[in-house]
Design a protein around this ligand. Structure first.
Ligand SMILES: [Zn+2]
Length: 286
């Protein structure tokens, strides 16, 4: 947040402000997904798993490499917080910050969910999004952000003067991972990470820079769909904020379930090869 200035601006302030920005990470060299090949594969598939995530809870799911998975809104407007791990190694997990640096604040078809260091490879590729019509609205907001973190009981405790709430997405994801992998809640918590905010509609206040949210435009029948580039363990929390129009970290908002469906294509996407981990030698110049 930027406070009011405490001194006069320099004479060339406007000239300095007028310098145009450049893209931080020119992504011309980024390996692009073959969307035509992915479309070909998804044209003929069979569903191999389906589950429902209850409101204010999370559930895990497995997606083998080469399968697709779809996060759906089966009933009412609801936001989901998504974590992804390498199914064989929980140390390799989704890296929201680098994904944001590469693809921007909000994800859409063709964008990847990247894993963190030292792996840095695409874990999943977005193949379909029924909310792609939304674009950016007059407030600069859009859906499926990688700018928020996840609602959590620590921030809630901080801001509410000691409040204890146990169904924030952070806690829901922790319980779900602990249950799926036989971990203690403390062990599982260490593997929970910043999320992709599925269906959430967010942006930044233009005057203050603060993170803002508004009622999600998602409706029953909408979905966001992914292709698993590696064997994945996913966890999805149906946020206690519901459509995140007003608040979260409470039982006040109207909440709805989310669905997860996994599909196996009859034929793999032509030419697709599972991505390798980063080729950096990790010597760090030592
Ligand atoms: Zn949440």
């Amino acid at each position: 947040m930027k406070p009011a200035p405490r001194g006069p601006a320099p004479e060339d302030a406007e000239a300095r402000r007028a310098v145009p920005p450049v893209i931080c990470y020119p992504v011309a060299g980024l390996p692009l997904p073959d969307l035509a090949a992915l479309d070909e594969a998804r044209a003929d598939w069979e569903m191999t798993a389906a589950l429902l995530v209850p409101p204010r809870e999370a559930r895990t799911f497995d997606v083998p490499a080469g399968h697709f998975f779809r996060i759906g809104c089966p009933e009412g407007a609801q936001v989901g917080d998504l974590n992804l791990w390498n199914a064989a190694d929980l140390a390799e997990r989704f890296y929201s910050g680098k994904t944001r640096a590469l693809h921007g604040t909000h994800l859409g078809r063709g964008d990847r969910m990247w894993s963190g260091f030292p792996y840095l490879r695409p874990m999943a590729t977005i193949t379909a999004d029924t909310l792609d019509w939304y674009g950016f609205d007059a407030y600069g907001c859009s859906v499926h952000d990688v700018i928020g973190t996840r609602c959590d009981p620590y921030t809630h405790c901080l801001l509410s003067g000691g409040g204890q709430y146990h169904h924030c997405c952070h806690s829901n994801l922790t319980r779900a991972l602990a249950e799926a992998r036989g971990l203690t809640p403390r062990e599982a918590e260490a593997a929970v990470h910043d999320v992709l905010n599925v269906f959430m509609c967010t942006g930044f206040d233009r005057a203050t820079g603060q993170y803002v949210m508004k009622a999600s435009p998602v409706r029953a029948g909408d979905y966001l769909e992914f292709f698993a580039e590696i064997d994945l363990l996913g966890a999805l929390s149906a946020c206690p904020g519901g459509d995140c129009s007003a608040e979260h970290s409470s039982d006040t908002a109207a909440c709805h379930p989310l669905s997860v469906e996994v599909f196996c294509p009859r034929v793999a996407p032509p030419g697709w090869v599972a991505p390798k981990v980063s080729g950096y030698d990790r010597s760090h110049g030592w």
